[in-house]
Every structure is written in structure tokens, then in C-alpha cells.
Design a protein around this ligand. Sequence first.
Ligand code: ZN
Length: 237
Amino acid sequence: MNLKKGFTLVELMVVLMVISLLAANVAIQAVVRNRQTAEDAACTQARRQIQEAELFYFGDKGVHSIGLSDLVDSGYLLSLPECPNKGVYAWIPYPANSPSYQSILGCSIHTGAEALTSLGSTFTEISQGFIDFINAYYATNGNYPRNGWKNALRDLGLDVDEWADGINGIIYRPKSGTLLIKPDSGYSLTVDRASGSTITVSGNKKLIYSASDDKWYYQRIRPNNEVNMSTFQVINP
Ligand SMILES: [Zn+2]
């Protein structure tokens, strides 16, 4: 081989190696990109299935599902579709109180959408999250968390700072075997009594969830004060 005019053999080999490495790199990038596209698409498809199930659920019942597993439990999905990359699904906050509040599902990986709180974004997600924590605490310890809301949060393993302020107009306060919710300043809440008439919850008034009978009440836990939370609404200032 006569390479005197241009490259030595070693130089030529180095050039060929570099070229093959570059080619391999491009091929790997293409594979990675294809896989990402496929996983994006699978995630989008999974979220679309859940959104459609929620739409039917709301159409039939007039209220939103309580957590995604509710869609499976009530027969609107055979099983819960999941993100191929183990992203966490949460409803994206959308004009609060509108019927479309649970219409867009976000993925922590593929849409960059984050739930508003560690228990979810909507009232149904958050209140059900608290109720699940209170029931789990009782099942483990045989008694309910402490009375003061900060100590109750600590007993439940939740972050005191996260719950100090209201979320979308609602202040959440766990207390022993109950969850109290109050309107944030400037907001009010409305709900129908079990008997039908509508109550406005404003100022220091509250609604109380009682874990012992799995019911919601206005101000005090007694039969006449039971409310129907499927009629619950937050009134913006
Ligand atoms: Zn995803």
C-alpha cells in the first residue's frame, strides 16, 4: 500500500474507527428516539383510555370518580392502564369546580404535569387520600391520630408545611378519626344536606368527615347534619 501522499496506515485506521463510532452513535440515538416515541405513544394511549372511562363515569353518575382505582372497581375499566415508564398519573388542575375538572390526565414523566399535592389535585383525590391515610393508621395502631391537626398530620406521616395553606380554596385539617374541611379566606363552600336543602359553608364553619361511619356532616357529627358530598362545590371569591 502506498500511503505516503496522504495518510499512514495507522492514521487511516484511526479515521475509519472514528467514522464507524460516529455511525454507531447515530444508530443508537435513532433506536433510543424510536423507543421514546413508542413509550410516549403508549402513555398517551393509556391516559386517553382513563380519560374516556372518567367521561362515561361522570356521564352516568353525575359525579367524578374517587381515585383512578374507582374506575376499575365500578367496572368502567377492566384494569388500570399504566405509564410504560412508571410515571405517576394525576388529574391536571383545570378550572376548578367545572365538570371538566377531571378531564385531562397528566403523567409525571410524559406530560411534565405534576399533581397539586402529594395526595392528588382534585377535592375527591385529596379528601380520599386523607381518608385512606386515616383508615390505614387505625388499622395499624388500633386508635386514631392525635387531635391537633399538626400532630395528626405527623401521626399520618404527612408534611405539615404542605397542608398549612388552603388548596384551591379548601383548608384540610385531620383531627383524630375525622377530616375537617373549611373554606380558605375569601372562598365559601356549598353542599346539600342529606334532606335536600343547600348549605353555604363560610367563615369558620366546617364540613366533617367521620371515619367511624364513613359519612360527611356540617359542623357537628349528628344525623340531622349529614350532607351529600356529591353536591359539594367551592365558590370562588
Ligand atoms: Zn407516562
